[in-house]
Ligand binder design. Structure first.
Ligand code: HPA
Ligand code: ZN
Length: 342
């Protein structure tokens, strides 16, 4: 393969994909939302799927989050969480995803009276089934909502401990303004002592993006960062991220909605600087692109096949997958590179 070759749709289709930044509640497509509303006898504010999609008009993180939290009100029972997760995993497998790490937001459900075990039980059943029937292994990451109090995050962490074997790590998401990672220092400290790996959102172009990245890298000592492309504003931080081999899970189509543009040129710079950067889908039902569409966006921005392969290699390197899953994934990438079409 040459550096200048063009990646075709067929190439992107055959590429083994690793998804590391995917909010399961953000995969709730309008069709399923209507089906779950009917099952749970709830009324939705929109009459049709088309009307609902048309109402997805976000221009920043806050406006997106309002739709995201409103949409998930239809998730009530373990069967709902199972159906949600199963639908995503089928979609992902169909796009050639070979390993996925899935975020869930337990507090977005416990805060409205849906018990923790209902949420995780439904998700877990779909994960086990997908591994068996689709050959798709997955990991689960529990996110704390940063706009809630740290005490609630700590209580959620403690509530998760009986399910410790089902959860690979913890993350931090929701509205970033005024809610720095440092607010959760004690929670992350305890999470690490309980054996969880740690990631945190440092969303694009937020008020204090660089300071939040600094706190993650230097104070919390996270294992990776979600989004985080504003690290480029600090050469010292970039150097530290490279030195530590810290991964960044970027989400180009999501970037278009919460800031301006896919930030493809920043992702390319990060790649060239040796940062373990990856491309992911974030909230595909709301932003209109799963991982394959995000890779097409990179192709359209000039990424070569080799660079798309490097994104997948980075992803499996920084993933929290078991060694046998990493070995299998790398074998598939090597086979692709070795093939005439690759
Ligand atoms: N950023 C912050 N919180 C979120 C996101 C995101 O991209 N998606 C779901 N919750
Ligand atoms: Zn996210």
């Amino acid at each position: 393969m040459t550096e200048n070759a063009t990646a075709t749709d067929a190439f992107i289709e055959t590429l083994p994909k690793c998804e590391l930044h995917l909010h399961i509640e953000g995969t709730l497509e309008p069709e399923l939302k209507f089906a779950l509303a009917e099952r749970n006898r709830l009324r939705l504010p929109h009459g049709t799927v088309e009307e609902m999609r048309a109402a997805y008009r976000f221009d920043d993180l806050t406006s997106f989050l309002a739709s995201y939290y409103e949409g998930m009100q239809v998730l009530r029972t373990a069967a709902d969480f199972y159906d949600l997760t199963r639908a995503y995993l089928e979609k992902a497998a169909g796009q050639g995803v070979r390993y996925a790490e899935i975020f869930f937001d337990p507090q977005a459900h416990t805060s409205r009276g849906v018990p923790f075990d209902v949420v995780i039980g439904g998700i877990r059943r779909a994960q086990l089934e997908a591994e068996r029937t689709l050959g798709l292994p997955t990991g689960l990451i529990m996110c704390f909502l940063r706009d809630f109090q740290a005490e609630y995050a700590m209580a959620t962490l403690l509530e998760s401990l009986p399910y410790r074997q089902w959860i690979v790590g913890v993350g931090l998401d929701s509205d970033e303004r005024g809610h720095p990672p440092a607010k959760f220092a004690q929670v992350f400290d305890r999470a690490r002592r309980e054996g969880y790996l740690i990631t945190a959102h440092c969303d694009v172009d937020q008020q204090d993006s660089v300071e939040h990245i600094r706190q993650c890298v230097e104070d919390i000592r996270v294992d990776r960062i979600d989004h985080g492309s504003n690290v480029l504003e600090s050469p010292e931080l970039v150097a530290e991220v490279v030195r530590r081999g810290l991964g960044l899970t970027c989400c180009p189509i999501s970037n278009r909605w919460v800031s301006d543009g896919t930030k493809a040129e920043l992702i390319k710079q990060l790649l060239d600087l040796g940062v373990k950067v990856t491309v992911n889908s974030d909230d595909p039902a709301y932003f209109g692109g799963y991982v394959a569409e995000n890779l097409v966006a990179m192709r359209e921005a000039g990424f070569s096949p080799d660079e798309l392969i490097t994104l997948q290699r980075n992803a499996i390197d920084i993933s929290w997958a078991p060694p046998e899953v990493k070995r299998d994934f790398r074998g598939r990438l090597d086979a692709l590179v070795g093939s005439p079409a690759g």
